[in-house]
Design a protein around this ligand. Sequence first.
Ligand SMILES: [Zn+2]
Length: 464
Amino acid sequence: MTRRTQTSLMPLLLVVGLVLMPVLSGCASMGATDTSSGKARNVILLIGDGMGPSHFGAAWFYSNRVLGKDLHMVEAMKAGNTAYLVNDTADAIVTESAAAAGQIATGQRMTARAISMAADGTTPVKTVMETSKSRGLATGLVTTSGITDATPAAFAAHVAHRSDEASVAAQELELGVDVLMGGRKQFFLPEISAGKRKDGRNLLDEARAAGYTVVEDVGELNAAQGVKILGLFNMGNMVYEIDRAKTMEPSLAEMTAKTLAVLSRNPKGFFVMIEGGRIDHAAHRNDAPGTIRDTLAFDEAVGVALEFARKNPHTLLIVTADHETAGMALIGHSKDSKEYIGIDLAAIRKAKASFEVIAGELGTSPTPQKIQQVVAAYLDIQITDGEARMVADDTIRKLDPANYSYPYLHSLAFVLRPYLRVGWGSQTHTASPLYAFGVGPGSERIKGLLHNTQLFEIMKTAME
Ligand SMILES: [Zn+2]
């Protein structure tokens, strides 16, 4: 080829290159989750409330050894990046959910109980969801706890104390969050309708007038057509996963699938926070089977989100926790094992109900005989007379009531230690480091040791 022909071909090659480039780069990102440093159109943040390393580990053992499959969370770890996460706040080493979620939502250190307020307790701080909303993205909040509980609240509301859930409900609708799903319908209804609102407002009616489809069970959820959905499935929290089969409540995975289908209709993209809210509640009650079942339900939701991210590569998916709950430990010995053996998955599998149901059966001052009957009926375990007396005495809770708030349940968990081979350090949160992992554009910054305020920066940078 002469120098002359080379020169005359140059413009043609340039044109062909420019035409092919977008096609080729599009092909390269199809079918696989994009972990390069591109921009994220969608952000899916999944928070396992209270899900520390042992909660994750117990669910991992159960999934692999009882259910015969690996966790979706492990798929996400393998496809993306993982970091340790610490979560201390403006005023404490051990956080609760409001400060933890506020720090993830805003990037600023916060104080306990305030919802997305600066450390002064009175100045609202703009959240990643509010920024997404102002840019025209769709937004969503999903939880198995109350939709007005601290974790979802911290993304869409600003109140001085997390107990002001009536204000949180109103603010979530005022912001116009497109999809809201969870429990605690009581904060949307006036007292005359068995709700907890003292201002007489019926927020379900107000939501319908504002264009929301309001749904109250799994059938209505599946049938819902609108682009704005308010799903409230229980007057209180949604039930524990271990108790759900007898109800009409959707699973977290079902809520996640519907939410992603609705939000992804917005061509500008979306931001959604999806919470496994009752992992924390089961752990507070030192309920090992309940904790594992809710962690597995959270994992199913992660699976739905991961599948969406695979099909929509401009999606940043982050999975993390807000704090560890109750110092869960997978301990070594049964009553007669001489060598380490670890969590008894077969015994865990036999549990028929949550410790919330068991506590309801025990009542306010159970006899040792009653305790033996209830434990046998719900857990298929025969505890001894001495063990039953120890539960009835509930001594540890009386010695340290600030750290053991649920009557009988820590004592019950303690006598169950050699049967289930799971121990609990408290009934409160702990400062245990957590995991954060993710896939998609921006996830390459999830590595090493992160503070939870840095998750905000990672999401913000990926979306800009
Ligand atoms: Zn908690």
